[in-house]
Ligand binder design. Sequence first.
Ligand SMILES: [Zn+2]
Length: 216
Amino acid sequence: MTRALLIVDVQNDFTEGGALAVAGGDAVARGVSALLREHGADYDVIVASRDWHDPTGDNGGHFSAQPDFVDSWPVHCVAETSGAAYDPLLDTTAVTHHVRKGQGKPAYSMFEGVTEAGETVAGILSAHGVVTADVVGIATDHCVRASAADAIAHGVHVRILTDLVAGVGAESSEAALAELAHAGAELVDSPGGGAASDGSAASTDGPGTTSDGAAG
Ligand SMILES: [Zn+2]
């Protein structure tokens, strides 16, 4: 069975000390590195995305001096800056495809991005005959949510490794996980997991509530 790991936006601006820091981001970076060290060989394809915004303009209304933290955000992940770099706690050695997204516009899903060679995530998954995709990264309630939803729509079996995601809001993260479970995602611990969990997205109880209409 061909399996992919999708690593969403584990970047300096989204982890502790970053412009748009998400609590638990460093733990996710550490936990994903451990997963790759111990189970990297289980994956045929390992895709990592980076939010990669233009240094000029507001990137299609994505940046705002008065952000609402729903559709607009403080400046973050500007291309070629340290904020846009992978968190150094994430070991990217095993990553097979690096995807960048958000150049001049908002892009929550890694499926909106491309590699340097112009490949899309959908194209990569199809080309490799991927059947199952494990999803990890930041943020549960935004880019993980959108990326996992697109993976489900692409037709692969999606598993969210719930101890290896971190969200902006506890409630919105719960809602995102419930929504993804309702859409067909499996919510599971990483193999040997739970170690990186800080409780921010610890529930694996499945859908209790659903949420529609949110941004992303
Ligand atoms: Zn962004």
